[in-house]
Design a protein around this ligand. Structure first.
Ligand code: 3HC
Length: 331
């Protein structure tokens, strides 16, 4: 795939057959690749692409839920939602830091997000219209995230894999808080149960789309699986998610909005109806229900936060000068 003689990530290695084979042997032996290790340029670029999209998803993902913090129905719900949204912000920060180890700056990644050049997960371009949506986001969206990201804990790139371990633990709490919201609503009044069903109706298909395109459309999967950045195909993870989630919907007494969903005894899993890939690509390309609003908000808060970044930088510079003066005085 890569032509011979390319300069590698460390600026020294030449990506000839021997180099690529030695790299693949390390991957096959399940050795972690660390920031200072030589690596093919394609590996580095794939990771930057995926990790920065992932970080952007965490940051943009704060918006649909952040919108409900002031309207949470009880103090307990408010505290949990606030903690969850804060943790998503934290995940974004770990992921930006992990991506920086590959030689891209936080500013570059942020700039790509703000200008709309970078992708983030399609799911966050759908609105959270009711309190039940907060339950559905936790249950379905974070449930899908865990299914995808548990596998990333074994990703071949060390800093990404290690960041994912903590992220997955926190995502587990996120999924449970969402499911618990829905349990409460489904044990409530008829109207509350209807809200829960309506949220499931709107979030089911977009949650399945989160796993990315099926076989033919997933252009990066084959190489990413060879490099053990991805461990499973998009379809395999989507199927695992459906198999785990349908019984949870049944427990809630809710109906999954897919008339073609049927248990397949032979494969011991569900067959599902067709996913609307036209809708998926429309949303990915910027024409979803909330794309414009999400980017507009992100740009606004970035502008409004400029003084915080400037103050932090000025403080860091002052501290560095003080520490240097103290070091010189101590010599
Ligand atoms: N939304 C937007 N774009 C998507 C997408 C989605 N749901 N699924 C796929 N795409 C894009 C890919 O980024 C790629 O575009 P590009 O070439 O411009 O980068 C294109 O569609 C083709 O898809 P591929 O399957 O070939 O791409 P990947 O191999 O990168 O697989 C992925 C896609 C499974 C999402 C993979 O990138 C991945 O596992 N990423 C890490 C996890 C992640 O980003 N999750 C976001 C979830 S939200 C989140 O984490 C926040 C949570 O805390 C609430």
């Amino acid at each position: 795939m890569y032509s011979q003689g390319l300069i590698g990530a460390d600026g020294k290695t030449h990506e000839d057959e021997a180099f690529l084979a030695a790299f693949q042997a390390r991957i096959d032996a399940e050795q972690k690749i660390e920031p200072n290790d030589p690596m093919p340029e394609g590996y580095r670029k794939t990771l930057i692409r995926q990790m920065s999209q992932h970080a952007h998803s965490e940051i943009i993902g704060m918006q649909p839920e952040g919108n409900w913090i002031s309207r949470a129905p009880t103090l307990r719900r408010k505290a949990a939602l606030l903690a969850k949204v804060q943790e998503e912000g934290g995940h974004g920060l770990y992921l930006y830091s992990a991506a920086e180890t590959l030689g891209v700056s936080r500013e570059e990644m942020t700039d790509q997000l703000l200008t709309g050049a970078a992708k983030y997960s399609s799911i966050f371009n759908y609105p959270a219209l009711t309190w039940a949506d907060i339950g559905a986001i936790g249950w379905l969206v974070d449930g899908a995230v865990i299914m995808n990201q548990n596998a990333l804990c074994r990703c071949s790139y060390g800093p990404y894999a290690r960041a994912m371990i903590r992220i997955c633990k926190e995502e587990s709490f996120h999924q449970r808080q969402g499911y618990e919201i829905l349990i409460t609503l489904c044990n409530g009044t008829e109207q509350q149960k209807e809200l829960a069903q309506d949220a499931l109706n709107r979030f089911w298909w977009p949650s399945l789309m989160m796993f990315g395109p099926s076989e033919g459309g997933s252009v990066h999967s084959e190489q990413s699986m060879l490099w053990k950045i991805k461990r499973f195909s998009n379809d395999d993870l989507r199927d695992k998610f459906i198999n785990a989630t349908v019984p949870q919907a049944e427990f809630l007494g809710l109906k999954v909005p897919d008339p073609d969903l049927t248990w397949n005894e032979e494969k011991q899993g569900y067959d599902h109806g067709d996913i609307d890939w036209d809708e998926f690509w429309r949303v990915v390309k910027g024409d979803g229900p909330c794309n414009r609003e999400r980017l507009k908000n992100r740009n606004r808060v970035h502008r409004e936060g400029a003084w915080v970044r400037e103050a932090a930088l000025a403080y860091a510079q002052k501290r560095a000068v003080r520490e240097e003066a103290a070091r010189v005085a101590a010599e």
